[in-house]
Design a binder for this molecule. Structure first.
Ligand code: SF4
Length: 767
């Protein structure tokens, strides 16, 4: 039987702390998955639903974007996938009566966890100006309200259209089309906050902002470097792929400021051997300081060049000369910068020993096929773009792009975040994309660049934007500088959220606010043209169908494509020649248009009908062709940077707990790190704790220091002595987003630098 949502917010400030675990998954993961699923869905629905996740005729997991193997198990999901599905397919409901009982002011005092636990939204809800409660509203009236505010804008650029990574390809394509027909490129997305640095660096260096490996490549690799990533919590089925790669002879180097259980040992729940003993994954753990990755890869590049230049190394193949000659540009300048890399500076930047780096070098030189995987640990620093460019330098040097078993592998966080970008959710669209839209739909799309996330917040803060529309997500909790972001949202004339569940963004509102409840991935989508399916693109560029089968949580829900179509009809009216009604009825009609606008989607409907879908073309991977400005893969030679931390301060990274997916909090435990029943913890190295006189179990306020002179404070965190790298600390977001200044962003990509926040720890008043 499913259980009821918690009435009171649970006590969150008394975390219990035990030793961190050294293995991930196994029986405990199965137990936790089933317990959480059953609490939300009951036994029968749990079985019916989980057996359809990630199956070829089932629905795509709403969790991360890790790809499915061609041969699928009956249970093709991980613990976090099960939690994501359970949250969506929950039997709990948030009805108009709930809103009548809870004024917005009351909801604003609740934790994100409590809000999420209340269940699925059932009705469109409206908060009128000056109102205290959300009230039920008809869909027609809801669209009228949006139209009133949008048509009153002095310019379409006063509207912001945010997208979260769950949105399907079909909905995303329509959504960007609507925004551009309205006349704006203000299409920020969650990618601005996560892998924008990867996209920027890869577009410039290899000509496409996506990873260049497929799942099979991992199985063929000799060496896989996993840098700044915690797959055990964030992309758990990646562990199966790493296990298989190791069984095929691959070595793994893990580069991270924290040891993470999943990269230590994986207990594969699909095999008896895995359940009993598991497999050790990491061959070499580089316990790097936060932000030291560029320096590490730069030094490795120097050492590879030195090996090649030395008498014993000449002709040894340390550098793939033929590849460098035929396929790359900028080698000389890069090589000069790499040869100047300094051992002492690298040891300071990384906190590693000479012996560790030399061991890594031996493994690199012994490998003919190398893949580098990474996630937010590399992308959310001021110098993230040059860091990822240096990773590309490292791979180019030995010809590790465009051949089997080798390449770049940025691992995407949300299930369709990559697909949404492919569909045109981007504030800086390529001219060729806009030309294709213009030709297909017969209107002149705006050419001016729009707002990304950070610029959108500034525009709302400064009164330049007045309507904020979110297709999914939890913008307020995902964004940096919480107090600034919340104040910015409150200045809007209208905030609108298309959502499945309640979250904090619904209770930090503009003068007027709407919640538009939508179908989830698990649910049947019936339209005038019959039962529909949608499509998604995974982290490796494979596009496939997703079909929900459950009855919708309420008969008042609309699908995301239907919401966009009706909204577009109402707002654009006669001025639009786009057949919105036809698109709402039959999503195949949307896919036909996508096929004509976006390269790689030719014959979309026929190809996606094949079980498993199809792979999008990727010129560097498929043909060693690099569609860059130079027509070749570009070496780069940026100066090495790393965070400098003043005496008495620590460098904080914000991260997720194991009971969390992005901003969704499933529970209050972080099992692998030994933390239970609380989220306000700060993990610091015991030697730093001793130096700073911070006992384990004491309480501190985290105070961030930034060049704007404003001190940002997150109060009441329990100190946990933890094996973080020296000088580094870690604490969960969104609680610590308040510490990340809006203007602290990565150069070029403008991604909030949430992984390198200088903080001082002050004894807390709550201690
Ligand atoms: S690895 Fe990601 S996509 Fe796969 S089941 Fe887990 S959360 Fe879902």
């Amino acid at each position: 039987m499913a259980t009821k949502p918690p009435k009171a917010d649970p006590v969150q400030d008394a975390p219990q702390v035990a030793e961190p675990k050294h293995a991930a998954a196994g029986l405990p993961a199965i137990g936790h998955s089933l317990r959480m699923a059953q609490q939300q869905m009951g036994v029968k629905r749990t079985a019916l639903t989980l057996l359809r996740v990630n199956q070829k005729d089932g629905f795509d997991c709403p969790g991360c974007a890790w790809p499915e193997p061609d041969h699928r198990h009956a249970a093709e999901f991980c613990e976090n996938g099960a939690k994501a599905v359970a949250e969506e397919a929950t039997l709990r409901r948030v009805t108009p009566e709930f809103f009548a009982a809870h004024p917005v002011a009351d909801l604003a005092t609740r934790s994100g966890y409590w809000l999420g636990q209340q269940g699925r939204l059932t009705h469109p809800m409206y908060l009128p100006e000056g109102g205290e409660h959300y009230e039920p509203v008809s869909w027609e009236r809801a669209f009228d309200i949006v139209a009133e505010e949008m048509t009153a804008l002095a310019s379409p650029d006063e509207a912001v259209f945010y997208t979260s990574g769950r949105t399907s390809n079909e909905a995303a394509f329509l959504y960007q089309l609507f925004a551009r027909e309205l006349g704006t490129n203000n299409l920020p997305d969650c990618s601005n906050m996560c892998h924008e640095s990867s996209g920027s660096a890869l577009s410039e260096t290899i000509g496409i902002g996506k990873g260049s490996v497929l799942l099979e490549d991992l199985y063929k690799a000799d060496l896989i470097i996993v840098a700044g990533q915690n797959p055990g919590t964030n992309h758990p089925r990646m562990l199966s792929a790493l296990e298989k790669a190791k069984a095929g002879g691959a070595k793994i180097i893990t580069v991270n400021p924290l040891p993470e259980a999943g990269m230590e040992r994986f207990k594969n729940p699909q095999t008896p051997q895995g359940m009993l003993k598991g497999a050790a994954l990491t061959d070499l753990f580089l316990h790097i300081r936060i932000g030291g990755d560029q320096a590490l890869f730069r030094l490795l590049n120097k050492l590879i060049l030195a090996e090649h230049d030395s008498a014993s190394g000449a002709g040894s193949g340390a550098v793939d000369e033929a590849f460098v000659r035929e396929h790359t540009h900028g080698f000389e300048e890069f090589a000069e910068a790499a040869r100047a890399a300094d051992w002492d500076e690298t040891l300071t930047a990384t906190g590693l020993t000479r012996a560790e780096i030399e061991q890594a070098l031996r493994m690199v030189l012994a490998s003919e096929r190398t893949i580098v995987c990474w996630a937010m640990g590399l992308t959310q620093h001021k110098h993230s773009v040059p860091t990822i460019r240096e990773v590309v330098n490292f791979l180019l040097l030995r010809g590790n792009i465009g051949r089997p078993g080798a390449g770049v592998c940025p691992v995407r966080g949300h299930s369709n975040v990559q697909g949404d970008r492919t569909m045109g959710i981007f504030e800086r669209p390529a001219p060729a994309f806009l030309d294709a839209l213009e030709k297909e739909f017969g209107f002149a799309p705006p050419r001016e660049h729009g707002f990304d996330v950070v610029r959108a917040i500034r525009a709302l803060r400064d009164g330049e934007a007045k309507v904020f529309f979110a297709m999914g997500g939890n913008f307020v909790s995902a964004s940096p500088d919480t107090e600034v972001t919340e104040a910015a949202m409150r200045r809007a004339r209208l905030t609108v959220h298309v959502s499945t569940k309640l979250n904090r963004s619904h209770v930090v509102t503009g003068a007027r606010a709407l919640i538009l409840p939508t179908l989830g991935r698990t649910e049947r989508d019936l339209q005038g043209g019959g039962e529909q399916f949608v499509t998604v693109e995974d982290s490796m560029g494979l596009v496939h169908a997703s079909r929900g089968r459950l009855e919708p949580a309420s008969r008042h829900l609309l699908s995301e494509p239907a919401i966009v179509c009706r909204l577009a009809c109402r707002v654009l009216g006669e001025s639009s020649r786009t057949p919105w009604g036809e698109f709402e009825k039959d999503y195949a009609a949307i896919r036909d248009r996508i096929a004509r606008v976006i390269p790689g989607f030719e014959d979309f409907n026929a190809r996606v009908a094949r079980p498993g879908g199809f792979a999008l073309p990727h010129a560097p991977r498929d043909e060693r062709r690099f569609p860059t400005a130079t027509g070749k893969a570009n070496f780069t030679a940026a100066p090495v940077e790393y965070p400098k931390v003043p005496e008495g301060r620590l460098l904080l990274q914000t991260l997720r707990s194991h009971d969390q997916y992005n901003t969704t909090i499933y529970g209050l435990d972080d099992r692998y790190r030994g933390i239970k029943n609380g989220r306000r913890v700060v993990m610091i190295n015991p030697e730093d704790a001793q130096r700073l006189n911070l006992a384990d179990g004491s309480y501190v306020d985290l105070v961030s220091e930034w060049q704007d002179g404003i001190e940002r404070r997150a109060p009441g965190f329990r100190v946990v002595h933890y094996p973080t790298a020296r000088g580094c600390a870690a604490a969960y977001y969104p609680e610590t987003n308040v510490l990340v200044p809006l203007d602290a962003t990565a150069d070029t990509s403008n991604t909030p630098a949430s992984k390198s926040v200088v903080v001082r720890l002050e004894q807390s008043a709550t201690d």
